[in-house]
Design a protein around this ligand. Structure first.
Ligand SMILES: [Zn+2]
Length: 699
C-alpha cells in the first residue's frame, strides 16, 4: 500500500463513518477562550472482545513560535504498559496505587499510518526517543522530522490511524476491566513546543501531563447498550448496522480528552449553578449516588464562588467498577473519576474528598495549565490547599475528613502526617520522576505545598489568599505558567515579598522545627551582700530580650516595668502588710529558651501565660539557633508556647512547641496551657496511625 493510497483510504473511511453517524453536521464553535494550538478530530471504535481501540485521528497543530519548526514530538502514553522494560514499568515495578497488571493485561498503542495533507506517508521517518532517561525500551515519545519545516503561524494537518490496547485492569488511570472502559491518555498526542524546544516527556510512574489547548471532535463507537461519558458535550448518537452506537462528542478549549463506557452504569443527573452534572455510578453503589451528586454540586458552587467562572457547561463524574480502582481519582477536562464503595459511612469523607479534589483540577491544571511533569506542586499543591479549604468549609475543620463515633480528624492533620513522615529528603521543585520514592513525590507535590499555602494563608489572611488565587486564575487561565509566575502573583496581591518563604519551601530540603527548650519561673530573692544599684532590687530582667508592655494581651491588663499589675492609688503608704499583700509584693523571674532545630528560618510568636491569667506575646525573627526571653513580674510563668495558634503547618514537630510549669495558682491559665498542649499533640497524632496513609494517594 502506497502512502498516498493509505491517506486516501483513511479519508474515505472517515467520510463514510461521518455520513453514517450523522457526524458530518457542523458543530458551532464559540469564541475561542484559549489559543487552540492542538486540535483533534478522532474516530475511535471499541472492539470489546479483543480489548482493542481502532482509531483514526486528524491533528491540526499550529506553530506559534517565532521561527520555523523542523520536527514534532508525540506522546504515546499507552506504550508505558507495553512491556516490563518501559520506563513506567521500571519505575513503578509494575504496581501503581496498589494495582498490578494481569499477565495478559499489557497495553500498547501502535501507529498504523501517519500522513500529511499532501498524502505523504511519514511513519518511516519516525523514531522513538527517550529524552528523560535514555531507556531504549521506552516507546512513549515519538519523534517526527518534518519533510519541510513548518513556518511561524502555519498549521500542519496530520492523519493518523492507530490501534491501541488498554491495560487490564486499569493502571495509572486508564484501562479496561470486564466491560468497564476508562480511556485516558489513549490517542497520539502532540507535545508542547515552547522556548524553542519540545517539552514532551516520557511516561513515568509518578508524573502526569502537559498539553496545549484546542478543540476536540470525537466519535466514540461502542457496542449497543454501553453508556458513554466523555470530555465535552455529546451532540448526537447514531445506531450502526453492526449493533454498535456512535456517540459524537465536542469539546472546546480543553487540553485533553478522556472517555468511559460500560453497560452497567447507573446515570444520575444534577445541577449546580449553571453546570449540568452527570454521575455514572456502578449499580451496586446506587446507595451512595446522592453523596456523589451532592459532593460534585458543592464543588462546582464552591470553586465558582471562591475562584471564578468554570467555563464549561457540564461535568461528568465516573465511578469505576470493582477491580478497576486504578481508574479512580483522576481528572480530565469536564470529566473526573472518583472512588466509590458500598457502605462508606457518612462521617468518612474519602468519597467527597476525591470528587472535590478532582473537580478542583478543572481549575488547577485544566484552566491554569501548568507543567505536571516538571512542577507537579503547581497543580497538586494548590489543589490540595483548595481541597483542605472546601472540606473545612463544608464539614467543619475538626472533622473535615473523619467524623465518626466521636473521632474527628481533619484533612490538614492527615496531610501533615504524610509530610512529617519524611520532610527533608527532596526539594519540592524537581521533575516528578526524580524523587526518592513515590510517597516522597506525593508528599512533596501534594502535602508540603498544601501545608505551605495554608501557612501562607495564616500569614496574609484568608481574604488576601482568596484574591491571590483569583488573580492566579484570571491571569493564567488557558496558559502555561511556572512557579515564578505564582510567586509573583503572591507578592503583588499581598503587597509583601515572600521570596524568602517560597525559596525555602520549594527549592531547599530545609525542615521547619521550632521548640521551647527550657522554661523557669522563680521568686526573686532579696538582694544580699554589697554594692547593688538601687533599681536592681525590683527591676525587670531581660537577658537577651525585652518584653514590652504593649505586648500584654489577655484580660486588657497592663504591666508596669516590673511586670506588676497596676493598682493605682491602692495600698500606698501602708507599712504593715498582711499575708495576701505580701504575696502580691512578690516578684518572679521567668525565663524561656527557644530553639530553631531545623534549617528553615521562619518568624515565630512566643506566647507566655502567667498565673494571674495575663498573656504576653513576643515576636522572634527565628534566625539565630536559640534565644532566651526573660521577664520579672508579679506572677509566675505557667507556660510558654511557640506559634500558639498553630499557624505554621509546616512545623514538623508540634509537641515540642510548648512547655508548662507544674505550679499554677490560676485554673484558667493552667487550662489554657493544657488545651494548647493537647491541641498540638492531636495535630501530630495521626502519625501514630499508619492506617491513615490511605488518605495520601496520588489523586
Ligand atoms: Zn490531584
Amino acid at each position: 500500500m502506497t502512502f498516498s493510497r493509505a491517506a486516501c483510504l483513511f479519508c474515505l473511511i472517515s467520510l463514510l463513518i461521518m455520513l453514517e453517524t450523522g457526524a458530518g453536521q457542523p458543530v458551532p464553535f464559540s469564541q475561542p477562550k484559549s489559543p487552540r494550538i492542538a486540535n483533534y478530530d478522532i474516530d475511535v471504535r471499541l472492539d470489546a472482545k479483543a480489548r482493542l481501540l481502532h482509531g483514526r485521528q486528524v491533528l491540526r497543530w499550529r506553530n506559534t513560535a517565532g521561527h520555523a519548526v523542523e520536527d514534532l514530538h508525540f506522546h504515546l502514553y499507552l506504550n508505558g504498559f507495553r512491556n516490563n522494560q518501559s520506563t513506567f514499568m521500571r519505575e513503578s515495578g509494575g504496581r501503581h496505587r496498589g494495582e498490578k497488571l494481569d499477565e495478559k493485561g499489557w497495553g500498547y498503542i501502535d501507529i498504523d499510518s501517519l500522513s500529511n495533507a499532501a498524502g505523504e506517508e511519514l511513519l518511516p521517518l519516525t523514531a522513538f526517543i527517550q529524552p528523560d532517561d535514555g531507556n531504549t525500551n521506552d516507546k512513549t515519545v515519538l519523534h517526527l522530522p518534518l519533510p519541510k519545516p513548518l513556518s511561524p503561524g502555519e498549521t500542519i494537518t496530520l492523519y493518523f490511524a492507530f490501534t491501541a490496547k488498554l491495560p487490564e485492569p486499569p493502571m495509572a488511570r486508564t484501562g479496561i476491566k470486564e466491560e468497564f472502559v476508562m480511556a485516558g491518555q489513549w490517542f497520539p498526542k502532540i507535545g508542547v513546543y515552547e522556548n524553542g524546544a519540545w517539552n514532551c516527556h516520557q511516561f513515568h510512574a509518578h508524573s502526569e501531563f502537559y498539553a496545549d489547548f484546542g478543540v476536540y471532535h470525537v466519535n466514540i463507537t461502542v457496542p449497543k447498550g454501553h453508556i458513554v461519558g466523555a470530555t465535552g458535550l455529546c451532540c448526537a448518537t447514531a445506531d450502526n448496522p453492526d449493533s454498535t452506537v456512535t456517540h459524537r462528542y465536542h469539546a472546546e478549549d480543553v487540553h485533553d480528552f478522556a472517555w468511559t463506557a460500560s453497560p452497567d452504569f447507573l446515570v444520575l443527573n444534577g445541577k449546580s449553578q449553571d453546570v449540568e452534572i452527570r454521575a455514572l455510578l456502578q449499580k451496586d453503589h446506587a446507595g451512595i449516588g446522592p453523596r456523589f451528586l451532592r459532593a460534585a454540586e458543592i464543588a462546582v458552587a464552591w470553586f465558582q464562588d471562591r475562584y471564578g467562572d468554570y467555563p464549561y457547561p457540564n461535568l461528568t463524574v465516573v465511578d469505576p467498577r470493582r477491580g478497576a480502582g486504578g481508574a479512580g481519582g483522576m481528572e480530565y477536562p469536564t470529566l473526573i473519576t472518583a472512588w466509590g464503595a458500598y457502605g462508606i459511612p457518612k462521617g468518612f469523607r474519602s468519597l467527597e474528598m476525591v470528587i472535590m479534589h478532582e473537580f478542583g483540577h478543572n481549575y488547577w491544571y485544566h484552566l491554569v495549565a501548568s507543567n505536571e511533569f516538571e512542577e507537579a506542586w503547581l497543580d497538586e499543591g494548590i489543589n490540595t490547599f483548595s481541597e483542605m479549604q472546601i472540606l473545612s468549609d463544608t464539614y467543619g475543620e475538626a472533622g473535615s475528613m473523619v467524623d465518626l463515633c466521636g473521632i474527628r480528624i481533619s484533612d490538614s492533620q492527615l496531610l501533615r502526617m504524610g509530610y512529617i513522615a519524611e520532610p527533608g529528603l527532596d526539594p519540592v521543585l524537581q521533575p516528578a520522576w526524580k524523587y526518592y520514592s513515590g510517597s516522597n513525590y506525593s508528599s512533596m507535590s501534594y502535602n508540603k505545598p498544601g501545608l505551605m499555602l495554608l501557612t501562607l494563608q495564616n500569614m496574609v489572611g484568608r481574604e488576601t489568599m482568596n484574591r491571590i488565587l483569583r488573580t492566579w486564575l484570571e491571569r493564567w487561565r488557558f496558559k502555561h505558567p511556572r512557579s515564578a509566575d505564582f510567586i509573583a502573583v503572591v507578592n503583588e496581591v499581598s503587597g509583601e515579598n515572600f521570596d524568602w518563604f517560597f525559596d525555602q519551601v520549594l527549592n531547599s530540603t530545609a525542615v521547619l522545627d521550632y521548640s521551647v527548650s527550657e522554661i523557669s519561673s522563680e521568686e526573686v530573692e532579696q538582694n544580699r551582700g554589697f554594692d547593688f544599684f538601687p533599681a536592681d532590687s525590683t527591676a525587670a530582667v531581660s537577658a537577651t530580650a525585652t518584653l514590652t508592655t504593649d505586648t500584654v494581651a489577655a484580660g486588657g491588663l497592663e504591666s508596669d516595668t516590673t511586670g506588676r499589675r497596676n493598682k493605682a492609688g491602692a495600698d500606698s503608704g501602708k507599712e504593715v502588710l498582711d499575708d495576701k499583700e505580701k504575696e502580691e509584693k512578690k516578684l518572679y523571674h521567668s525565663s524561656v529558651k527557644v530553639r530553631r532545630l531545623g534549617e528553615f528560618i521562619f518568624p515565630v510568636e512566643l506566647q507566655l501565660i502567667f498565673s494571674d491569667g495575663d498573656t504576653l506575646i513576643e515576636k522572634w525573627d527565628g534566625r539565630s539557633r536559640w534565644k532566651e526571653f526573660s521577664v520579672t513580674r508579679a506572677s509566675r510563668l505557667v507556660s510558654a508556647a511557640i506559634d500558639p495558634k498553630n499557624k505554621i503547618l509546616l512545623d514538623v514537630q508540634l509537641t515540642n512547641n510548648s512547655r508548662t510549669l507544674e505550679r499554677s495558682s490560676r485554673g484558667k491559665a493552667k487550662l489554657a496551657a493544657r488545651i494548647l498542649f493537647w491541641t498540638q499533640f492531636f495535630m501530630d497524632m495521626p502519625k501514630f496511625f499508619n492506617l491513615f496513609t490511605i488518605f495520601s494517594p496520588h489523586l
